[in-house]
Write a protein that binds this ligand. Structure first.
Ligand code: DLL
Length: 433
C-alpha cells in the first residue's frame, strides 16, 4: 500500500515544481525571520531572488552540526518558543548536545512521512506494531509512534529494554511489525532462544530497523533468525528523526521523501554534486519545516543515490544504505558516540592523560561493546589491583554518565598507546557492518 499516492507517484516535473515553490517560500521566511540565515546568505553574496528553481540550491550556504551546537539551545529555532510543541536532543560532539524543536505543523509532517515509511515497509491499517525504539529525547520511539497513529496501527509502545517482557508480549499479543535497532533485533532473537522460544516462529512479519549502520549480511541473519522481512529506515534528529527515507519491500534502496527533504549528494573533497550512483555526503534541505528549518544540512553520512524508478512504482529517488561517515562518530546500541566526548571526560580528570583508544566489538548476539583503553599518570600507576579497580570504575562511571551508554575501561601504563604524527587512530571498529 502507498500512503500518499498523489505525492509518492507524482511525476518528476510535478515533484520539481513542489520543491521549487517550497524552497522559495522557505527562503523568504528564513531571510526575514532568522538572523542566523540572513547573515549566512549575505556572507555568501547571494540574493534570494536569484534562486529561481530547485536546481539553484547549490548557490545557497551550508549548515552543519557545529552551527546547531554553537547556537545552543534554541538559537536556530525559527518559531517563538511557545509555538514549539516538542523538543528532542541527541549527542553532540563535545559539550553541547544537538537540540531540535518541532511546531504543531512539524509534528503533522513527521506523522505524514512516518506513515509513508510504515506503508513502504509493508504495514497495513489495523496491523499491530511493537515499537522497541527508545521513547524520550531520542526521536526513534515517538517518531514511529506518530506515524503508526496516523496510519491507524495498533501500537505496543514498549520502548527499549525489558527484553523478556518484549518477548512475552510478542507471544501473547502477536504484533506483526517490530521496530527497533537491527542490533536489538538480533539480541531479541538470542534472548528468545534462551527462554526456549523459537525466534523464527515469532509473530513479527515485518521489521523496521534503523538508527545505526547494518550490512546486507546482517539483514540476512536477522531475517533468518526472526522469520521476517527486514527493512531499513533512515533519519536524523536534525532533519526530523526517523522517516527521512525508507526501504520498500523490494529492499533495493531507501526512498527519500524528497518533496519535503531535498537531497544532494556531494563529493567529500570538492563539495560538487556527484553523478547518479556515486558515493558522496548526503546534504539535506528541509523544505517545509517551521520550528527549525535547515538549509543544505551536511549529514556527514556517506551514501549514493539513484533516480531510477523503483519496481514498487514510487518515483522518489532512493539512497543506498549508509556506507560510512565523514566524521568519527560511531553508533553503538543506537547511541551516537563521538571520541571527543570521551576525551572531554578524560581531560577533566586529574588521574588520566588524554591518550586513549576506543575498541568497538560486536558479540554474536548482535550487541555492541565499547572498551576504552586509558593511559593513567605514572605516579598513579599501582601494583595493587584494588587501587586500580577503584580508579577504573571512577573513569568508567564518568564516561558512562557523559555518553549514556555502558563501557568497559582498561587502564594502561603511560606511553603504551601508539602515538601518531598525523590523525591518531582513536577508534578501532572491529564490527563488520
Ligand atoms: O537515529 C533517528 C532514527 C531513529 C532513525 C530510528 C531510524 C530509526 P540520530 O540519533 O540523530 O537520529 O542519529 C542520526 O544515525 O546521521 C546516521 O549516521 C545514523 N543512522 C540513522 N539511521 C540509519 C540507518 C536517529 N538506517 C544518525 N543506517 C544518522 C545507517 C543510520 N545509519
Amino acid at each position: 500500500m502507498i500512503w500518499n499516492e498523489k505525492i509518492e507517484l507524482l511525476s518528476r516535473d510535478g515533484l520539481k515544481k513542489i520543491q521549487t515553490n517550497s524552497l522559495k517560500k522557505m527562503l523568504k521566511v528564513l531571510y526575514s525571520n532568522s538572523s542566523f540565515y540572513k547573515k549566512k546568505i549575505d556572507e555568501k553574496g547571494i540574493k534570494i531572488s536569484e534562486i529561481k528553481t530547485i536546481d539553484d540550491i547549490g548557490k545557497l550556504p551550508f549548515t552543519d552540526k557545529d552551527d546547531i551546537r554553537d547556537n545552543y539551545p534554541f538559537g536556530l529555532f525559527n518559531s517563538p518558543l511557545e509555538e514549539i510543541r516538542e523538543i528532542h536532543v541527541s549527542s553532540g560532539t563535545t559539550g553541547h548536545p544537538t537540540v531540535v524543536g518541532y511546531t504543531d505543523d512539524d509534528l503533522q509532517l513527521w506523522s505524514e512521512v512516518m506513515a509513508r515509511a510504515l506503508c513502504c515497509a509493508g504495514a497495513n491499517k489495523g496491523d499491530m506494531i511493537q515499537v522497541s525504539y527508545g521513547y524520550g529525547l531520542f526521536t526513534g520511539g515517538l517518531g514511529l509512534h506518530y506515524g503508526a497513529t496516523k496510519m491507524g496501527l495498533t501500537i505496543l509502545p514498549m520502548s527499549s529494554g525489558q527484553t523478556k517482557r518484549q518477548l512475552q508480549l510478542m507471544q501473547d499479543f502477536k504484533p506483526k511489525i517490530l521496530a527497533c535497532t537491527p542490533s536489538y533485533a538480533l539480541f531479541l532473537a538470542d534472548e528468545a532462544k534462551k527462554m526456549g522460544i523459537d525466534p523464527s516462529k515469532s509473530s513479527w512479519e515485518i521489521g523496521v530497523f534503523g538508527a545505526e549502520p547494518w550490512s546486507k549480511n546482517m539483514r540476512d541473519k536477522i531475517e533468518k533468525m526472526l522469520g521476517l522481512t527486514a527493512t531499513d529506515i533512515y533519519g536524523l534528529s536534525e532533519i526530523i528523526g526517523p522517516g527521512v527515507a525508507q526501504e520498500c519491500t523490494y529492499k533495493d534502496g531507501l526512498h527519500i521523501f524528497s518533496d519535503v527533504f531535498y537531497p544532494e549528494i556531494l563529493d567529500i573533497a570538492t563539495g560538487e554534486a556527484v553523478k547518479d550512483g556515486e558515493y558522496g555526503e548526503l546534504v539535506i534541505t528541509t523544505l517545509n519545516k517551521t520550528g527549525m528549518p535547515l538549509l543544505r544540512y551536511k549529514t556527514r553520512d556517506i551514501v549514493k543515490m539513484t533516480t531510477e524508478i523503483c519496481k514498487c512504482g514510487r518515483i522518489m529517488p532512493r539512497i543506498s544504505k549508509v556506507k560510512g561517515r565523514t566524521d568519527d562518530m560511531i553508533i553503538v546500541r543506537g547511541i551516537n558516540v563521538f571520541p571527543s566526548q570521551i576525551e572531554h571526560v578524560l581531560l577533566n580528570m586529574d588521574e588520566t592523560h588524554p591518550h586513549y583508544q576506543i575498541i568497538v566489538t560486536r558479540e554474536d548476539n548482535g550487541l555492541d561493546n565499547i572498551e576504552v583503553l586509558v593511559e593513567i599518570k605514572q605516579e598513579l600507576f599501582s601494583d595493587e589491583i584494588k587501587v586500580m579497580e577503584v580508579l577504573s570504575s571512577k573513569i568508567k562511571n564518568n564516561i558512562q554518565a557523559n555518553l549514556g551508554v555502558g563501557v568497559k575501561v582498561r587502564l594502561v601504563e603511560p606511553a603504551t598507546l601508539e602515538r601518531s604524527e598525523g590523525k591518531s587512530v582513536r577508534v578501532i571498529d572491529k564490527r563488520t557492518l
